[in-house]
Design a protein around this ligand. Structure first.
Ligand code: ZN
Ligand code: FE
Length: 256
C-alpha cells in the first residue's frame, strides 16, 4: 500500500493532515481547524473523505468539523472521555483501541496533559503519528488541564514509538520552539542542524513537519528531560526526568 500525507495549513499556525491510501482511495483527515482549506485538499485528492479524527476539543482543532462532515459524509472519531465537549462522535475511542478506516489502521494513545482527554493517533503501517497539541517539533503543548507528570508520561509513550515514525503535530511552532530549545541545549549539534533546516523551510513558507521521531528525540528538549547534561544545565543534576521536564515547561511558559 502507498500512503500519502498532505499537510494542510489552517488558520494562522494550525495544521490538519490528509492521510490517504492511494490504492483504495481511503482517506482520513486529522483535526478540523478550518473547513475551506481541508475541503480543498480533499477535493484535490479526489473528493473522498471517510473519517475525521479529532485529537482534542479546543476550538482550533474542531471548528471546521460540522462543515467538513456535511460536505463529505465523513465519520467523526474522537476520545470517549471528551465526547461531551467534542462534536457529536460516530465512534468514541479509548486508550489502546485499534480501529481501521478501510485499509488505514490506527491505534489510539491517550496523551493527557494539554487537555485531560487528549489523544494521539498512531498509524503504524503509514508510519505516522498524529499528535495534536501534545508533541510539537522542538516543543510540547501547554499544560492546560494536566500536570507536568501527566504530560511527561504522555510524551514518553509517544517517544517509545518506532524511530522512523513521521511526527505530525497540530501547529507550526517549530521556529519559536527552536529559539527556546537553544537556550537550554546550546551545545546540541543536531539541534543547530535542525534549526538551520527550519529556517530554510520557513523562509520559503514550507512546513517544518512531518519530522522523524528519531530526530525529535535528539533535538526536542522536552523529550530530552532524562538527559543528565540537560538536567545539569538547569541546576537539576541527578533529579528525576519529570522534574527536569516540569522546569523546562515552566521556563518555556515565560520565554519571550
Ligand atoms: Zn489545543
Ligand atoms: Fe491547538
Amino acid at each position: 500500500m502507498v500512503y500519502k500525507i498532505d499537510v494542510i495549513a489552517c488558520l494562522s499556525d494550525n495544521y490538519a493532515y490528509l492521510l490517504r491510501d492511494e490504492d483504495s482511495g481511503a482517506a482520513v483527515v486529522i483535526d478540523a481547524p478550518e473547513a475551506a482549506p481541508i475541503l480543498a485538499a480533499v477535493e484535490a485528492a479526489g473528493g473522498r473523505l471517510d473519517a475525521l479524527l479529532l485529537t482534542h476539543h479546543h476550538g482550533d482543532h474542531i471548528e471546521g468539523a460540522a462543515e467538513i462532515v456535511e460536505r463529505t459524509g465523513a465519520k467523526r472519531i474522537g476520545a470517549a472521555a471528551d465526547a461531551h465537549r467534542l462534536p457529536p462522535l460516530d465512534r468514541a475511542v479509548v486508550d489502546g483501541e485499534a480501529f481501521s478506516v478501510g485499509p488505514l489502521a490506527f491505534r489510539v494513545i491517550a496523551t493527557p496533559g494539554h487537555t485531560r482527554g487528549h489523544i494521539a493517533y498512531h498509524a503504524p503501517m503509514a508510519r505516522a503519528l498524529f499528535c495534536g497539541d501534545t508533541l510539537f517539533s522542538l516543543g510540547c503543548g501547554r499544560l492546560f488541564e494536566g500536570s507536568a507528570a501527566d504530560m511527561w508520561d504522555s510524551l514518553l509513550r509517544l517517544a517509545a514509538l518506532p524511530p522512523e515514525t513521521a511526527v505530525c503535530p497540530g501547529h507550526e511552532y517549530t521556529a519559536s520552539n527552536g529559539r527556546f530549545a537553544l537556550t537550554v541545549d546550546p551545545d546540541n549539534a543536531a539541534l543547530a542542524e535542525r534549526l538551520a533546516e527550519v529556517e530554510a523551510l520557513r523562509a520559503t513558507g514550507r512546513p517544518t513537519v512531518p519530522v522523524p521521531l528519531k530526530q525529535e528525540r535528539l533535538t526536542n528538549p522536552f523529550l530530552r528531560a532524562g538527559d543528565p547534561e540537560l538536567a545539569e544545565r538547569l541546576g537539576l543534576a541527578g533529579r528525576p526526568a519529570v522534574e527536569v521536564f516540569a522546569e523546562l515547561r515552566r521556563l518555556k511558559d515565560s520565554f519571550r
